[in-house]
Design a protein around this ligand. Structure first.
Ligand code: PLP
Length: 411
């Protein structure tokens, strides 16, 4: 998308506003499927948690994607977006047996990552096939909060517990139809990922009724110039060849599945904010925008970098700014950034704002969540209205503290 198109959206829809470029999502989807074109059966299950707007889900549905969900609400959202139950996989962590049963009742694929739940589910529903999430104990991810395959991680069933899984399967007569891993986000080195895949293949051999092997996700996208990006094309070539060889030995064409979030939507997103004030202190020039970590938490939560561009003054002289929000505590989007000269009222664009940005927003400081706009076929479509004061109060219940009454009444 061009900067003047983004600027026009900020003028037309107000700020702050999230904007997603549909074409970028389509291109990333095609890039991924193309990288794995040598595999007979490929399934991309978009990780809904990254960006869960129903129009984004519908767009991905139209491209042929399935979805990966982590809560019963995401399952319901996927069904509402038109996905068939068999196009949905439920990969929760730490949820109750009853939530898994609810998802199973809706007919979606079930992924279990806990021995106790596996035993209970298999005992009660031996006829419902399930996939097993393995923890290969390989640390392929970046930030420790999002790297989930290591030994101390709460995710998955340890590969050292395979004999226990096999005992449960034998005792309950349940069917294991898939094997899954997710080593974490931000795969820097595909050799590490391929190494973890070997562990998955070794595990898969021990299950005779598989339909698919799910390699999770964690494809790294560049957030700034010079950033390492997972080499999808090379991974596609190497993993496809290895997967095809595995299928030959296994005696069946299994489906190769992935569940990318960031790779599909991160770069499609731009977050537009307006500069409320430029504040010069003794040491720094702050650009204070009409947003905060209530709208974009990644920099404060993960220390993530988002490039920040002044789209109101793209040719202005470059100066150094620390870009901060309006939240009542440290709320820094970027320190000492070189940005074209900023004036109050300018629109700043945060790049790579498609994944884990809107979906992690909150009403902290009683602020409204931003609007969302989808740029599709050269036209801006509002896909979520900005919240209003009613959204802040709608679920709150007032207690009547009037002194005339003896008792406190709950409405
Ligand atoms: C199980 C699982 N699958 C897929 C994803 C998506 O990862 P990414 O957005 O890095 O592609 C995540 C991210 O947290 C995850 O936990």
């Amino acid at each position: 998308m061009l900067e003047n198109q983004l600027l026009k959206i900020a003028q037309d829809f107000g700020s702050p506003v999230y904007v997603y470029d549909a074409e970028k999502i389509e291109n990333q989807y095609k890039r991924l499927t193309n990288a794995f074109k040598n595999v007979k059966k490929l399934k991309i299950n978009y990780a809904v948690k990254a960006l869960s707007n129903i129009s984004i889900l519908k767009l991905l549905n139209s491209l042929g994607s399935g979805i990966d969900t982590v809560s019963i609400q995401e399952v319901q959202l996927g069904l509402a977006a038109g996905f068939l139950p068999e196009q949905i996989i439920f990969t929760p962590n730490g949820v109750s047996l009853s939530e898994i049963e609810e998802a199973a009742k809706l007919g979606v694929k079930i992924n279990i990552d806990n021995l106790s739940i596996l035993e209970q589910f298999g005992t009660k529903h031996p006829k419902t096939p399930v996939c097993i999430r393995i923890n290969p104990h390989v640390m392929a991810g970046g930030n420790s909060n999002i790297s989930v395959g290591h030994i101390d991680s709460k995710f998955g069933i340890s590969i050292h517990q395979i004999p226990h899984i096999l005992r449960i399967v034998e005792n309950t007569q349940m069917t294991i139809n898939g094997i899954h891993m997710h080593t974490g986000s931000d795969i820097l080195d595909i050799e590490v990922f391929l190494y973890a895949s070997e562990i998955l293949f070794e595990t898969a051999k021990q299950f005779k009724n598989l339909d698919f092997i799910d390699f999770g996700s964690g494809f790294k996208v560049p957030y700034k110039q010079g950033d390492i990006e997972t080499n999808i094309e090379e991974l596609g070539k190497k993993l496809s060849a290895r997967f095809n060889e595995f299928c030959k030995n296994y005696g069946k064409d299994l489906t190769l599945a992935f569940e990318p979030g960031k790779f599909l939507v991160s770069e499609s997103g731009s977050f537009l904010t307006k500069v409320n004030a430029v504040k010069q202190t003794t040491s720094t020039v702050f650009a204070q925008v009409d947003s905060g970590f209530n709208h974009l938490i990644r920099p404060m939560f993960y220390g993530s970098h988002h490039d920040i561009v002044n789209i109101s003054n793209p040719k202005g002289r470059e100066r150094f700014y620390t870009v901060v929000g309006y939240i009542c505590e440290t709320d820094t989007f970027g320190n000492n950034r070189r940005i074209n000269e900023i004036n109050e009222g300018d629109i700043l664009c945060f790049k790579n704002a498609g994944a884990y940005c809107f979906s992690m927003t909150s009403n902290y400081n009683s602020r409204y969540r931003p609007a969302e706009v989808l740029w599709y076929k050269n036209k801006a479509h509002l896909i979520r209205k900005r919240e209003t004061f009613e959204d802040i109060t709608k679920n709150q219940i007032e207690v009547d503290f009037s002194t005339k009454k003896e008792k406190v009444l709950v409405k």
